[in-house]
Design a binder for this molecule. Sequence first.
Ligand SMILES: [Zn+2]
Length: 305
Amino acid sequence: MMRFPANSVLRRAVRRAKQAFRPSCVILLYHRIGNGTDRFRNCVTVEHFASHLEILRKYAKPVALQTLIRNCASRQPVRSAVAVTFDDGYGSTFDWALPLLEHYKMPATVFVVAGMLNSIREFWWDQLDYIFSLPGFDHAELNHYYARLQHAKESERPNILSRLWSRSGQKPPVRTSHRVMDSGQLRQMAKSPFIELGAHTMTHPVLTRLDTVTRSAEIINARNVLRDITGITPMGFSYPHGVYDESTIDVVRSCGYEYACCSRPRGVASLGCVYSIPRFAVPDWDGETFSSKLEGWLASPAVSR
Ligand SMILES: [Zn+2]
């Protein structure tokens, strides 16, 4: 006797089929472009980044992030649409990424840690990466220190780092490859028709661990600093470490930001909430690997938010 699937099984199959036919859009997340050690997979070489852009131009539909969000929010996603974003605002975004983005006519959104502009001090994770490349540092300790620094208060981090530097017998390096942009670079970059400027707080904290006043200041001040330097008010926000909660969303929304990105690795088809937009972080893949990953992401069932 022929057996018919139960209703719930049928419903699941129909839902899966619907998802499969819904166009999935993808938002990519880059950090630093350049060379050097990088245990946290934040850095993509110039050559690999150029090949990623070439692949996007050939096989996808590159769009500005705001366009992708608008299309998905109105439930009219464009198949194979891909938007490029950068977090942190490294000088390498200006030096290496911007010329390539302009060459390939690729729009990108750059979320900048406003309090690090013009600083020669490196982000704590880049200092940590450097320290653990030195002799006498056991890789097994790296994750412990990463978690400790990530959750430390802004005022506690210099002490933790300075103890590690003392142990290493070296001084923190001043690497131009790891610096955040200066005001001049930011101003010039913001003028590019391919660039949208976004905010990424003042000091890159885990926002959910801050008290309400400090959290609001991180979110509001970043916007004001970037606006004062460039004359452009950032409309987008990116959560440091991808961490957020409902009350953080409320602050971001009430500050006037129109959308916010996290780093949940998912494709997107329709957007109910534009304050938790998922992105795929891209490590230093060669063109072939990037191409096959992108194909998978574009074909994977998208989430509806
Ligand atoms: Zn970041």
